[in-house]
Ligand binder design. Structure first.
Ligand code: C2O
Ligand code: CU
Ligand code: CU
Length: 514
């Protein structure tokens, strides 16, 4: 059945039926795929680091009993420092470490039984290198990425981005951290090496055979898929052994749709030193940190006042996600958003005398000013919308790979204000909105008084300071961002990072024109 026929059928079912009816499994099946030749190696590009990165089936023993079948990235360094590609502790997810300005060539090989392409989340790179779904390659094919890192030191990441399949591919195991360093950051003198930790938090559901279970129906997809087991770096019941000293901890929410309200179980606050686009100007003390899908946060964690044998848990505290709005849409998740659970355990297992002092200043961040925005009096408004079995952005879906509407065309080298307006939807829920290819600044939040109670359970944990590429927009809320379009013309994406929403079409192109 074509999508149009399906839509007509959904309309006939009426609202309640339509909300529950299943959309086609692969929404882009007949949306006119733009076919683009995969990029090949350019002999005039001289990489500092050259990698082969393959995505393919594998398995890992994650739970007692049978091994879990996964889709995994694996790779090797062809040129450069072999330590730049490693596995995160847990040995499930990879990490690429690079310095700003390094030239990188990555031979991506698709060993999956379906199309894929890799997106470098947070990086500022040309259109063809960004993993736009129009570049998805077939099983067995290769795509050669070549780009120069042009980002501040920070915690970025990579994951597949084929249209309609991103959620499932990430869920099956395809994700990795991409850590960029630079001289400015090095001069700050933060804990490094073994005292620089990365924790990727994800949620999964396993069946009785230890195999992954993904979204079963339209309800799971509309609400966003929620697993009932928490994994860190791909492992359940993650224990991090630490010494009595200070650590830099990078947290990435790699979950498809879960929001975490992170806090220590010993009542001590969290000290935030960075977020999506790198270090903040100065450390912030927070009772808890809210981490929405794809967001990153960096913490300073000092265990020097603890004794060997102590355990501290990182928990996710209860909150009210403000979902549903009387629609009975809480969904059937075994561990709903806003549940109270352990994320991981920090086990203090050795004494060391090394002391580090938290720097009072970390960096300087030039502030964009609203008065400098070309559209300061007329922000572009983008409204996520859900209802009747569909999700859209400004009433449009991701129907064509290269489509842009008039209000999605911006000019190179201009500063703009965008307003994300989550107050127009038929079904209300929080959406973590992501913009490709740039880091923006959050300048204003206008919460909705109707959802004030829900808002207040999470807003104390927002880290809106610094550079961001994802921002959680709460039900009814309007959030204003300032962003600049520099260096690269061409198509880019903006979308909800609830991966099921992205796959259903809460994603659009924007075009940067010279
Ligand atoms: Cu992390 Cu377009 O995504
Ligand atoms: Cu991205
Ligand atoms: Cu969404």
């Amino acid at each position: 059945m074509s999508i149009d026929a399906k839509r007509r059928q959904l309309l006939r079912l009426g609202t309640a039926g339509a909300l529950l009816a299943a959309l086609p499994q692969v929404p882009h099946a007949d949306t006119g795929h733009v076919h683009v030749e995969p990029a090949k190696a350019n002999p005039d590009f001289h990489p500092d680091l050259e990698l082969e990165l393959a995505a393919g089936p594998g398995e890992k023993a994650l739970l007692p009993g049978r091994a879990t079948r996964l889709w995994q990235f694996s790779g090797r360094v062809l040129k450069g420092d072999a330590a730049q590609l490693a596995m995160l502790p847990g040995d499930v997810l990879p990490v690429i470490r690079a310095r700003n300005r390094q030239k990188i060539r990555i031979h991506f090989v698709n060993h999956l039984p379906e199309e894929s392409i890799v997106h470098w989340h947070g990086l500022h790179i040309p259109q063809k290198m960004d993993g736009h779904p129009m570049y998805a390659i077939r099983p067995g094919a290769r795509f050669v990425y070549e780009f120069q890192i042009d980002n501040r030191a920070g915690t970025y990441w990579f994951h597949p981005h084929p249209h309609g399949r991103t959620g499932e591919q990430v869920y099956r195991g395809l994700a990795g951290a991409l850590i960029v360093s630079d001289e400015e950051e090095q001069a700050v003198g933060l804990p490094a090496g073994k005292r620089d930790l990365t924790w990727v938090i994800q949620d999964r559901t396993f069946d009785r055979d230890n195999q992954l279970v993904y979204a079963r129906g339209m309800m799971d997809r509309m609400m966003g898929f929620l697993g009932d087991r928490i994994l860190v770096n791909g492992r359940p019941d993650f224990v991090q052994s630490v010494a009595t000293t200070a650590y830099r901890v990078r947290l990435l929410n790699g979950s498809n749709s879960r929001i975490y309200k992170l806090a220590r179980d010993d009542g001590k606050p969290l000290t935030v030193i960075g977020n999506d686009g790198g270090l903040l100007e100065k450390p912030l003390q927070k009772a808890y940190v809210t981490l929405a899908p794809a967001e990153r946060v960096e913490l300073w964690m000092d265990f020097s006042d603890r004794s060997v044998g102590d355990r501290i848990r990182l928990r996710s505290l209860p909150f009210n996600a403000g979902m549903g709005m009387g629609m009975g849409m809480m969904g059937g998740a075994a561990l709903p958003n806003g549940s109270d659970f352990n994320v991981l355990t920090m086990q203090i297992d050795r004494k060391v005398s090394a002391r580090s002092r938290l720097p009072a200043t970390l960096t300087r961040i030039p502030r964009y000013r609203l008065q400098d925005a070309v559209n300061r009096n007329a922000p572009r408004t983008f409204a996520p919308w859900m209802g009747r079995g569909t999700v859209t952005l400004n009433g449009r879906s991701f129907d064509k790979m290269d489509e842009v509407a008039d209000n999605e065309i911006v000019k190179l080298d201009t500063l703009e204000v965008w307003e994300l307006a989550n107050d127009q939807s038929m079904m209300m829920m929080a959406h973590p909105m992501h913009i490709h290819n740039l880091q923006f600044q959050v300048i204003e939040r206008k919460p909705d008084p109707r959802f004030a109670a829900a808002y207040q359970t999470l807003s104390g944990g927002f880290v809106d300071e610094g550079w961001k590429d994802v921002v959680l927009v709460m039900p009814g809320e309007r959030v204003k961002l300032l962003m600049k379009f520099t260096d690269h013309t061409g198509l880019s994406l903006y979308h909800c990072h609830i991966l099921e929403h992205e796959d259903l079409g809460m994603m659009r192109n924007y075009l940067v024109r010279a």
